[in-house]
Design a protein around this ligand. Structure first.
Ligand code: FAD
Length: 502
């Protein structure tokens, strides 16, 4: 009987997606499975994915990567959340922080108590009750403390990383090659399909070399070399909801200590990012080409840098959306080849990680059971759509009317799933996270409130707490958070002490 197991995997592309897949598959599948990765230096990588979400720690744990070594190698910094400026209204600023807000009481989340207290005038802004959102603008950072009570906010600090994308790919390449992944440099000229099944049989390089495989992972970036160019899988376009379709990226000199958060500032036709690393700051303007010219966008970006630019702005083009199937026949698309929903909440690297995790859970045999493929596609579609809704929320829940772009975003029809979530939250602050959804309720709550979706009412059980007690509860939570932040070291001091690049 022939061995049903897959023994040959070919990864097409050596950007963040390709090397993350190579590292994880090599670690989990071990030497029984041959893994080859093909990349073309001439084509290069997109290289702009530099802000992450806390889930990446789980990926590093799977790979048994030492956090400090990883930060040093990628010249990384730490991220407690994202600061959103000028989104709801010009002059606004709020932080979507990772981690918890206050602490929950019985069945109810903290924000339910906060709503009543806020209406009664005895609560500060919601951000005052979260360690992350207080520590971030004060430039404080530390990893969780082990010498404090488990209930202290310092005992469980949620954070992510900013890193240099090129160094990250290089780091994972070293990791993967040490575990037997074979890298081939070269440009793929064409793909060979099996006549009977339409499965991919091999890729042919410009040099004429033929690379065969059983499972192909398409990490070829926006072009989708296998999933689209060879298999014509199709793409669901989100441009009518997420209208930004271009970006300009430019590094600049650091002007001060790195902030422990990503900054996102809304501009007249999109938004500008600022990502601090140890050796430079990454910046970019993500914009809608229907609402601003490339020249105007370049001028806006360059006029709004904190430090001197270190290169010419690099243009990038994309169409927001997702592949109609993420896994088609024997090809699984990961990274930009699977879809892109713009970088507003740093979700792309997370989606690569999540795709790898799902692939490992649903790992097929050589017969490629359709049930596994269908489940993978259904889960991925669900995940993309929920993230899509979360991103749209930032655009549609705005009061800005100072440009054609914001007038469009404020008045565009939105998916009914998002409409329903906003309606429910506006009514009484309820939100329900669906299974396998990326963002937790606290994320939705912070963005809803940050964008002025204020609940009219709250859960009736909140009234079980007497008014005086509620006031004291708010004050004590705020005080605990403030004193914890006082005890935290500056972010720069933490980096200097533990993880300055050699
Ligand atoms: P790429 O980096 O484009 O890699 C494609 C690979 O395929 C390359 O190695 C290339 O050489 C190879 N290839 C292509 N064609 C061929 C061929 N014919 N032969 C051989 N090899 C080939 N994500 C986040 O999580 N956080 C962020 O802050 C963030 N910011 C972003 C900002 C912008 C403006 C954009 C556009 C994206 C951002 N992303 C972000 C997304 C992130 O950059 C990507 O998810 C990530 O870099 C993965 O890219 P990739 O590996 O899929 O593609």
């Amino acid at each position: 009987m022939t061995d049903p197991r897959i023994k040959n995997i070919v990864i097409v592309g050596g950007g963040t997606a390709g090397w993350m897949a190579a590292a994880a598959l090599a670690k989990v599948l071990g030497p029984d499975c041959a893994i080859r990765l093909v990349e073309s230096e001439e084509i290069g990588i997109v290289g702009v994915g530099e802000a992450t979400v806390p889930h990446l720690k789980l990926f590093n744990n799977l790979l048994e990567i030492d956090e400090i070594a990883f930060i040093k190698a990628t010249r990384g910094t730490f991220k407690l959340g994202i600061q959103f400026n000028d989104w709801g209204r010009l002059g606004d600023s709020y932080i979507h922080g990772f981690g918890t807000i206050g602490h929950d009481v019985g069945l109810l989340p903290f924000h339910q108590y906060w709503i009543k207290a806020r209406h009664a005038g005895v609560a500060s802004d919601i951000g005052a009750y979260s360690l992350n959102t207080v520590a971030a603008p004060r430039g404080k950072f530390m990893v969780s403390a082990t010498d404090v009570p488990a209930t202290s906010p310092l005992a469980n600090i949620a954070y992510a990383y900013h890193f240099d994308a090129g160094l990250y790919a290089r780091y994972l390449r070293g990791y993967s090659e040490q575990r037997g992944v074979r890298r081939t440099e070269g440009k793929i000229a064409r793909t060979v399909l099996q006549a009977d099944t339409g499965f991919v049989e091999a890729v042919i390089l410009e040099s004429g070399e033929r690379i065969e495989g059983e499972l192909f992972i398409d990490c070829s970036g926006f072009r989708g070399l296998l999933i689209e160019q060879a298999l014509h899988t199709g793409y669901t376009d989100f441009t009518h909801w997420l209208p930004c379709d271009r970006a300009l990226a430019v590094p600049s000199e650091n002007t001060g200590p790195p902030t422990p958060y990503t900054r996102s500032t809304a501009r007249s036709a999109g938004w500008q990012w600022r990502i601090p690393l140890q050796h430079r700051t990454g910046n970019g303007y993500v914009y809608s080409s229907a609402h601003i010219s490339d020249d105007e966008a370049t001028a806006t970006l360059l006029a709004n840098l904190d430090g001197r630019p270190l290169a010419e702005p690099r243009p990038l083009r994309f169409t927001t959306g997702m592949r109609k199937k993420f896994w088609n026949r024997n090809v699984v698309a990961l990274g930009l080849s699977s879809g892109f929903m713009e970088p507003l909440e740093s979700t792309s690297i997370y989606l690569i990680q999540s795709g790898i995790a799902k692939l490992l859970q649903l790992f097929p045999q050589r017969d490629f059971s359709p049930v596994l493929i269908d489940r993978y596609n259904a889960q991925s579609e669900f995940e993309f759509e929920r993230i899509r809704d979360f991103l749209i929320l930032h655009y549609c829940a705005t009061e800005r009317d100072d440009s054609a772009f914001w007038n469009y975003c404020r008045t565009m029809p939105i998916p009914s799933s998002l409409q329903e979530n906003i309606r429910l939250f506006r009514d009484s602050g309820r939100f329900f996270r669906h299974a396998e959804e990326m963002f937790a309720s606290v994320s939705w709550v912070q963005v809803m409130l940050g964008q002025h979706v204020m609940p009219r009412s709250y859960h009736p059980l909140v009234d079980q707490m007497p008014a005086q007690e509620l006031k004291a509860f708010m004050a004590s939570v705020g005080q605990v958070v403030a004193s914890c932040v006082d005890a935290m070291p500056p972010h720069q001091a933490f980096i200097d002490r533990h993880c300055a690049a050699p």
